[in-house]
Ligand binder design. Sequence first.
Ligand code: SF4
Ligand code: SF4
Length: 138
Amino acid sequence: MMGLIKGMGVTLKTMTRKKVTHRYPDEPIPMPDRFRGIQHFDPEKCVVCNQCARVCPTDCITLTGRKHPDPGKRGKIIDTFDINFEICILCDLCTEVCPTEAIVMTQNFELATYSRDDLYKNMEWLHENNTNIRGGPQ
Ligand code: SF4
Ligand code: SF4
C-alpha cells in the first residue's frame, strides 16, 4: 500500500512540473545568440577576394568571379558561390574573414535530406537563406 501511495506521489509531482520538451518542428527552437548556423550570402556585397575559400579548413567553398563589366567600375563581381555542406563544419571562419560581410552566419540549421547532392548549396540558395541572421538583419 505504501508503495502505491509513494508511486502516486511521484506521478503527481511529475505532472505538475514545467515541461522540458519542445513541440519541434511545429514550434522553432530558440537558438543561443552565438549559435553558428547555415550561412547567408549576399552577392551584391561580395568583392571576390577569395579569402573565405582560402581560410576554409575543409575546402568546401567554391567560387568564381570576373572583372566588373562596367569599365568605369573597379573590382570584380561574383558569378558562382557554392558551399558543400557535406563537409562544412560551420566553424565560422569564412564569415569572420569576409571584409564586406557578404557571408554571415544565420541560426538556421535544418539541412536533413535523403540525397547527398542536396547538400551542395549554390549562390541563389544561400542568398535566400536570409532568416534568423546572427546579430540581426544586415
Ligand atoms: S563555416 Fe568553416 S567549414 Fe564551413 S564554409 Fe565556412 S570556413 Fe568552411
Ligand atoms: S571573403 Fe567575402 S567578399 Fe571575399 S570572396 Fe568570400 S564572401 Fe566574397
